[in-house]
Design a protein around this ligand. Sequence first.
Ligand SMILES: Cc1ncc(COP(=O)(O)O)c(C=O)c1O
Length: 458
Amino acid sequence: MTTNQVPYGYDNFGFTTEQVHAGEVVDAQFGARIAPIYLTAGFLFDSFDHARERFAGNDGGLVYSRYANPTNTAVEAKLTALERGVDSLLVASGQAAITVALLGILRSGDHFLSTPSLYEGSKTLFRENFERFGIEVEFVDDPHDIDDWKRRVRPNTRAVYGETIPNPKNDLIDIGLIADFARQEGLPFIIDSTASTPYLIRPIEHGATIVVHSASKFLSGHGASLAGVVVDGGNFDWARYPEKFPQFSTPIGGAGSPGSPTLVEKFGNRAYLEYTRSVIAGRLGPVLSPLNAFLLQQGLETLSLRVERHSRNSLVVARWLEAQPEVSSVDYPGLASNPSHDLAVKYYPRGTGSVFGFTLEGGQNDARTVIDALQLFSRMSHMGDVRSLVLHPGTTSHAHLSEAERVKLGILPGLVRLSVGIEDEADLLADLELAFAVLRSAPGARGTASADQIVGAR
Ligand SMILES: Cc1ncc(COP(=O)(O)O)c(C=O)c1O
């Protein structure tokens, strides 16, 4: 069985060709065209000596699916190629990817810096769970101000964290600027690229060290399964900072194993991923089932087609929303009026994704009316699905925050979050038009007509 016989991932092919073919496995026994689902816990050893060699990592073969599985390996190779990394690790969810990616670097007593605008689940993970591990997060106020970053660096700072397209506000960060700062400080830069996918941006090409995704979203695309991935850019010199990152520069087996190579000596620029796979994910155990890896593989093969359509539909929807008098703002960087538009032009020539908010001047009551009147959009906590989705962050994902905290984040009572799907744009606009017609149905006492009444009256 061989993988990657053709050197995908080095600009020999276009993105769409790579997403179909990179990492594909040639099945020597039956000629199965698609990497099969290897639902097996472990792998057979031929003999006593063979088992010993496998455990010593000397023949490159597989031991147990908590560490590696052929279905997952094929999908990891595809993602490595698409992100222009050196290695990848699939795990059970996006949250697992963020957790193991950071625990591959951080330990108790460490501190890390983050951009302020993040997925709320990451914020609570950092503030509450990481805090219990003895790892402290600090959020900068203004991610565009390098002095704000610099003055927060401490002797125990070990990483910089951010997101490509944070939702619902889509307040883009300048990835190159933050990557330069991190490099100068000798810190790895981990970036969550869930909302962008490698089709819209490859953060490693802009200086990021490690890319994480919730692969449950656009990468899988169909809302059927959860998955997460950590991609190693292979571009950070871990051995240069042995005091900061001793795990990469101590002999494998610990200080009591003099003579053993270090991870960097043994695995070169894949040392981080190898450590995160075997010591962090392999022990904590958030493994991705090969069944879900297969579903992710199916999704990846159409990624560019979907994301292109998601982005095109989103721009149409954002422009339509911007023209409605009830809407006070639309947080879509593809719009020339958006504060992040210059960064969108710089970093996202193919579009800025499809998860964004808009704010209704009439506040929560209007948000309720519009959300309840939508028929094609599913009311759901998810994003990056082929289906269009809608959510009211103020009373769901951000409900645990105080009013003042929500206002600081721009989560006003009238904010509605959309994840625009791949349906026909005319149908999406018709659904929104219907919902806004319901909103306008009774001036002064908005929203008294139901969507069915409006449709019936047409
Ligand atoms: C940007 C981002 N990162 C990570 C996650 C967590 O992903 P998962 O739900 O797969 O654990 C999410 C989930 O919505 C997300 O939006």
